[in-house]
Write a new protein. Structure first.
Length: 96
C-alpha cells in the first residue's frame, strides 16, 4: 500500500543522509540552548544534561508518576529489584 511505500522510501532516504545530519545541523549554527538537546552538545556533557533534563521534566515531578501503580508496577519483579539494589550498595554486584 502507499503508506508502506512512503515509509520505506523515507527509510532509504534517511540511510543516505544520516552521515551528513550533524554537519547539516551544525551548518545552521544553532546554539545548544535553542536546540534544547541533551545529545550532541558542544560542551560534551551529555549525561549531565540528560540527568538535568530528566530532573526538570514534568513527568518526574510526582513520585511515583501517574499511572505507575496501575500500568508499570504489576510488570515489575519488585523482589529482584530490591535484591539487586542491596547487591549494588554492598559492592557485590560489581564482582558478579
Amino acid at each position: 500500500n502507499q503508506k508502506s511505500q512512503i515509509r520505506n522510501a523515507i527509510r532509504r532516504l534517511l540511510e543516505k543522509i544520516r552521515i551528513d545530519c550533524v554537519p547539516l545541523v551544525d551548518a545552521f549554527e544553532f546554539p545548544d540552548n535553542v536546540l534544547n538537546s541533551a545529545l550532541g552538545r558542544y560542551d560534551g556533557k551529555v549525561y549531565e544534561s540528560l540527568y538535568a533534563a530528566a530532573k526538570a521534566s514534568p513527568l518526574n515531578k510526582v513520585d511515583p508518576f501517574p499511572g505507575y501503580k496501575e500500568h508499570l508496577r504489576p510488570h515489575l519483579d519488585i523482589d529482584f529489584i530490591k535484591d539487586h539494589a542491596k547487591m549494588q550498595r554492598s559492592g557485590k554486584a560489581a564482582r558478579i
